[in-house]
Design a protein around this ligand. Structure first.
Ligand SMILES: NCCCNCCCCCS
Ligand SMILES: [Zn+2]
Length: 678
């Protein structure tokens, strides 16, 4: 299994710069690259990465996407004087040439391709290339929006050619629409392009009709171009996460890419003068963590935009930290997407319904985005501040945001536990050991008896149960004390162990404990005080047991053909879990589980985005292969196989929809259709 994270950086790409005054382009400064690299060094992340050198992209590689004319014009600028450079630049929308631009742009292409090679060869598992000029706006025959050569588009064509890939996912989380990439792959079903972008009903640059949600691709490419327009500024973490849960991730898992490339612009982050959004740097750790579960972890992150240096640097560090496998910091902010975001999400789902199996039975309809259109008409009438005033406001905000981020990052960052996974060195545990495993010694019986005496004491007769409780509690304590990140315990009575783990964690002071229980949960702890949230995935309805806000039962029997659980995890369990914001997750698998190993592994892998990745897994001790797969998912050494993708049946879609309708007012991350049911 490939391991390691590549970092590609060459300070020569900082030479390209604006030689004259241009208020539109003057934000694309060399310091974007150098300050990001310095920030990585300050977090000691550079030394943990595999350094891969940049190289010049060849003319042939550039011609994979661009016309010869475009290449020649770019090449000819190397010897121009300032006046000539200015004149050539004026042929394009928001682009500037410097004598070194051509060379820097070739380095940006080459650095990107070096990263693709390092990942595809297995030298590393994933990586990031810090490049400029960026690429996603540039087109076959034109520079545009600070971009000369389309680094990411060239990388996708290159990977198809050199590695025979047939399914490449490009995720563009930059705040601008990468229209260049859309144009290049519009008719190509082998490249799935997803972009969200500030749009404001076509008011925001580049103000294209084809950036709206109904641009789904052309010809054979229909369904493989996904545009999620933000019709308001101020979008935050919950809006971005909702977009992943209810649009991108279900498509990505159905598409099942062989490689994922990110057009990683950070102008969608807080403080950026272009984006005017509110998402904080840790959101990029979550987005990265989700994408790492695809394509067996083969993920290439390529820098695009990002114009607030501090915000850019922190977001780059969050991205690289996650690529390295560090636990994911707790997401901040109210977990409730705004109405405008939900409208956009609903519209793009409606637009893509004809092209995706997972959407076949979703009842979506188009919305007129009434929540924002009127507001924009008002704005159009109000006096717009001059360019100059906007600049001043931006500069004042820059400093304010720097101070905010200084404090914010201190609050959310935490020391990474030295050990990743704890397990018990008891008999048989060696079969699911992975690296970074800490063997904890078992508790002695008297200690266990005292711990358990408060409750369930009557249930604990045999020594075997007592011992297994002791093992589980020994592991749990390591997690609660943050000495290890996660743990796995085998138990003859998973339901009892889970119930004891929940009670013990709450008593230890963890006030929001999520428990996902797969199988028959004979014991259901009292969840009235909200200190626990139980999601019980079981085959059939328990008589007389109705779901309530903190105790939800999801009836699900996995399809015999393969893993049809993606829609339940992405469309229901994750949104509820993220709405709850647990500070510990307990995953338990009892008898009569109705989920396959791949469905459970998917759950374990994706739930690591919560609670600073603190998870304790409690599994029936007879389930040897499940123990191994879950240990793999917890160890993070490799992405567990999630099995053959099977779309959900109509009956299962309806079941999720009914649960969503029942709980979307309580757990607001469930919202994905603007018509909030009354
Ligand atoms: N009124 C024209 C604004 C042009 N803005 C270009 C932004 C390019 C961002 C690249 S990520
Ligand atoms: Zn951008």
């Amino acid at each position: 299994m490939a391991s390691g994270t590549a970092l590609i950086y060459d300070e020569k790409m900082a030479t390209h710069k604006l030689l004259w005054s241009d208020p539109i382009c003057d934000i694309e400064v060399p310091e974007r690259l150098s300050s990001s690299y310095e920030q990585l060094k300050s977090y000691h992340l550079v030394e943990r990465c595999v350094p891969v050198p940049a190289r010049e992209g060849s003319e042939e590689e550039i011609l994979l996407v661009h016309s010869l004319e475009h290449l020649e014009v770019a090449k000819s600028t190397q010897t121009m004087n300032e006046e000539e450079l200015k004149r050539v630049s004026e042929n394009y929308d928001a682009f500037f040439f410097h004598p070194s631009t051509y060379h820097c742009a070739r380095l940006a292409v080459g650095a990107t391709l070096q990263l693709v090679d390092a990942v595809m060869s297995g030298e590393v598992r994933n990586g990031m290339a810090l490049v400029r000029p960026p690429g996603h706006h540039s087109q076959r025959n034109a520079a545009n929006g600070f971009c000369l050569f389309n680094n990411v588009a060239i990388a996708a064509e290159y990977a198809k050619l050199k590695y025979g890939l047939q399914r490449i996912l490009i995720v563009d989380w930059d705040v601008h629409h990468g229209q260049g990439i859309q144009y290049i792959f519009e008719e190509d079903p082998s490249v799935l392009y997803f972009s969200w972008h500030r749009y404001e009903h076509q008011e925001f640059w580049p103000s294209l009709k084809e950036s709206d949600y109904d641009a789904v691709g052309l010809g054979k490419g229909k369904g493989f171009n996904i545009n999620l327009p933000w019709n308001k500024v101020g979008m935050g973490n919950s809006d971005y996460l909702a977009a992943f849960f209810h649009v991108l991730l279900p498509m990505a898992f159905e598409f099942d890419p062989e490689l994922v490339i990110v057009s990683s612009g950070y102008d969608s982050g807080i403080g950026d003068p272009e984006g005017q959004m509110n998402a904080t740097p840790e959101v990029f750790a979550h987005l990265t963590h989700f994408l790492m579960q695809l394509a067996n972890g083969k993920l290439c992150v390529i820098l695009e935009g990002g114009y607030h240096l501090k915000s850019l640097g922190e977001s780059v560090c969050m991205t690289v930290k996650t690529l390295l496998g560090d636990p994911v910091p707790q997401i901040t902010g109210e977990m409730a997407p705004c109405l405008s975001a939900v409208e956009s999400i609903q519209n793009v789902r409606a637009a893509h319904k004809p092209y995706w199996k997972w959407l076949a039975y979703e009842d979506t309809s188009f919305l007129q985005n009434l929540s924002t259109k009127s507001h924009l008409l008002k704005k159009a009438n109000s006096n717009t501040s001059t360019e100059h005033e906007t600049k001043i406001t931006n500069n004042n905000n820059t400093v304010k945001v720097e101070r905010f981020l200084e404090l914010h990052m201190k609050n959310i960052l935490f020391p990474v536990p030295p050990i990743k996974t704890a397990t018990i060195g008891s008999e048989g545990s060696e079969h699911f050991l992975s690296e970074h495993v800490q063997l904890v010694k078992e508790m002695d019986k008297t200690e266990i008896k005292s711990l358990v005496s408060g409750f369930y004491a009557d249930l604990v007769e045999e020594d075997k149960i007592l011992l297994s409780l002791g093992s589980m509690l020994a592991i749990l304590d390591k997690i609660l004390k943050k000495e290890v990140c996660n743990g796995i315990a085998a138990s003859p009575t998973a339901a009892l162990s889970a119930a004891v783990a929940l009670r013990h964690s709450v008593r230890f002071g963890f006030q929001r404990v999520l428990c996902v229980f797969v199988g028959d949960m004979q014991i259901t702890p009292n969840t009235e005080d909200g200190k626990m949230l139980i999601i019980n995935i079981c085959e059939k309805e328990q008589p007389g047991k109705t779901s309530c806000k903190h105790c939800i039962s999801l009836n699900w029997k996995e399809d015999a053909e393969g893993n049809d659980f993606f829609s339940a995890v992405l469309g229901f369990i994750l949104p509820v879990a993220y709405s709850y914001q647990p500070n510990l997750t307990v995953i338990a698998v009892g008898p009569n589980r109705s989920l396959g190993i791949s469905g459970i592994s998917l759950l374990v892998a994706l739930l690591q985005g919560l609670a600073e990745s603190r998870i304790v897994a409690v599994i029936e001790d007879t389930e040897i292969s499940l123990l191994q797969s879950v240990a793999k998912a917890l160890g993070g050494a490799s992405t567990p196989p999630f099995g053959i993708y099977v779309p959900p049946t109509q009956e299962k879609v309806k079941k999720i929809k009914a649960l969503r309708d029942q709980f979307q007012q309580e757990w607001k991350m469930l919202q994905c259709s603007g018509k909030l049911s009354d």
